[in-house]
Design a protein around this ligand. Structure first.
Ligand SMILES: *Cc1c(COP(=O)(O)O)cnc(C)c1O
Length: 397
C-alpha cells in the first residue's frame, strides 16, 4: 500500500500546526509562525480568540446539532441579524463556500422558473474565477486544472473575461439567467473588479431581467473593511455566497438573497443535514459580535492601509522580486516579477517563520487576521524584507 491514509490530493508543506494563539501558529516541534494566511482568509479573529472559543464551548455543552426538521431559534436569530446587516431578506445556511455557491446557482435558476422563464438557465461567470470544488462549482469556473478528469461538467456556464463589461454584455442571450462574480478575485490573484465593471453588471442585470450573484466567500465578512465588499462598490446584489471567515474557523457558510431573487426557493427545493446547526450559528454570532461593529470595520480599513503602505515601501527596496501591491482592506496581494515564482517564495518565507498563500497570476496573498496590531505588521514586513534580501533569484533557464 503506497497511498497515504489522508487522500493525497494536497501537496502539504512541512508546517504541521498543533496550536494557535492570536496571529501565531505553533508546529509539532514548537516552531512559531506569524500566520498571515489565516487558513486562507478564515481565521479572521486569529487563533483561540477568547470570545469565539468560549461561545463555541458553551454552545457545545448546550446543544450542537438537531435537524432542520425542527424549529431553529438559533438559525432564526442569526438569519435576522444577517438580514439586518445586509441587502438580503432571507438566508440559507451551509457548511462551506462551495455549498453556498451551489445554493446561489440553484436560487438563480429557480428564480427564472418561478418567474415564468424556465429556459433561462445559463449563468455567465468569469475567467480565473474560483467558486469551489464540487461538480457544479468547478463547472462554474473556466480553469482547466479544476476540470481535468472530471468531465462531463455541468452544462449552463459561459465564461468571459473578468472585468470586461463589453464581453459580459456580448455573452448575454435569451437563455441567460444571471452572473456570478467575485468582487475581488481571490485564488485568481487578488484582483478587485473595477467600479465600472460592478456598476455595469448591475445595470445589465436590471436591463435584461438577470440576477447578479456575488461570490464573497473569500472577500466577504469584513476582510475588505466593510462587512461585504459590494458595499464599497455602492451596488446591491440579488444573491450572495458567504463562508470562509463567517465562522471564524468553524466550518459554516450562508447564501443570502432578496425576497424577489429567492422566490423559487420554496418548500422542498433545497436542504442540508448540518446546515444551520446550533453550534455553527453560535460561532457565527460570536464572529459578528466582533467584526460587524462599525469601529472594527474602520479598524480593518486603517490597518489595511498601513499594511499596504508598509508593503509598498518594502517592495521598493527589492524591485527585482516584487512588482506591485493590490487588493482591498486586509485582502492584499503582492505581484511578483517574472524572475520569482510566488509559490517558491511563499515556501522560502515559511522557513523564516512567515505564512502567506500563493495565488494565480504569480501573486503572494497576504491575508492576516483582521485584529492584528502595528507590531504584527512591523514583524511581518521586516521579516519579509530580510527574507527577500536573502532570496537567491534563480538563473534564467
Ligand atoms: C474558497 C472559495 C470557495 C470555496 O469554498 P470551500 O469552503 O472551500 O468550499 C468558493 N469561492 C471562493 C471565492 C473561494 O475563495
Amino acid at each position: 500500500m503506497t497511498i497515504t491514509p489522508l487522500m493525497p490530493v494536497y501537496p502539504r508543506c512541512e508546517v504541521r500546526p498543533v496550536k494557535g494563539e492570536g496571529p501565531y501558529l505553533y508546529g509539532e516541534g514548537g516552531e512559531k509562525y506569524l500566520d498571515f494566511a489565516s487558513g486562507i482568509a478564515v481565521n479572521l479573529l486569529g487563533h483561540n480568540h477568547p470570545h469565539l472559543t468560549k461561545t463555541i464551548q458553551d454552545q457545545a455543552a448546550k446543544l450542537m446539532h438537531v435537524s432542520n426538521l425542527y424549529g431553529s431559534p438559533q438559525g432564526e436569530h442569526l438569519a435576522q441579524r444577517l438580514v439586518d446587516l445586509t441587502f438580503a431578506d432571507t438566508v440559507f445556511f451551509t457548511n462551506s463556500g462551495a455549498e453556498s455557491v451551489e445554493c446561489m446557482i440553484k436560487t438563480i435558476r429557480r428564480f427564472h422558473v418561478a418567474d415564468g422563464n424556465p429556459h433561462r438557465k445559463e449563468i455567465i461567470t468569469f475567467k480565473n474565477a474560483f467558486h469551489g470544488r464540487t461538480m457544479a462549482t468547478i463547472s462554474a469556473a473556466n480553469q482547466e486544472k479544476l476540470h481535468d478528469g472530471f468531465e462531463p461538467l455541468l452544462p449552463g456556464f459561459t465564461y468571459v473575461e473578468f472585468d470586461n463589461l463589453e464581453a459580459a454584455e456580448a455573452a448575454i442571450t435569451d437563455r441567460t439567467a444571471g452572473f456570478i462574480v467575485e468582487p475581488v478575485q481571490g485564488e485568481g490573484g487578488i484582483r478587485p473588479a473595477s467600479q465600472e465593471f460592478m456598476t455595469g453588471l448591475r445595470e445589465l442585470c436590471d436591463k435584461h431581467g438577470l440576477l447578479l450573484g456575488l461570490d464573497e466567500v473569500q472577500c466577504g465578512v469584513a476582510r475588505t473593511g466593510t462587512l461585504y465588499a459590494y458595499e464599497q462598490y455602492g451596488i446591491v446584489p440579488d444573491v450572495l455566497a458567504s463562508a470562509k471567515g463567517l465562522g471564524g474557523g468553524f466550518p459554516m457558510g450562508a447564501c443570502l438573497a432578496t425576497e424577489e431573487a429567492a422566490k423559487g426557493m420554496v418548500f422542498g427545493t433545497h436542504g442540508s443535514t448540518y446546515g444551520g446547526n446550533p453550534l455553527a450559528m453560535a460561532a457565527c454570532e460570536a464572529v459578528l459580535d466582533v467584526v460587524a461593529e462599525p469601529e472594527f470595520l474602520e479598524g480593518v480599513k486603517a490597518t489595511g492601509d498601513r499594511l499596504r503602505g508598509a508593503l509598498e515601501q518594502m517592495i521598493g527596496n527589492h524591485p527585482d522580486m516584487f512588482e506591485s501591491v493590490r487588493g482591498m482592506g486586509l485582502m492584499l496581494g503582492v505581484k511578483m516579477t517574472d524572475k520569482v515564482v510566488s509559490r517558491a517564495f511563499v515556501g522560502w518565507l515559511r522557513g523564516r517563520g512567515l505564512l502567506a498563500v500563493a495565488a494565480g497570476d504569480n501573486v503572494m496573498r497576504v491575508l492576516p487576521p483582521l485584529n492584528i496590531t502595528d507590531e504584527h505588521i512591523r514583524e511581518f514586513v521586516d521579516t519579509l524584507s530580510a527574507a527577500a534580501a536573502d532570496y537567491e533569484i534563480p538563473e534564467p533557464a
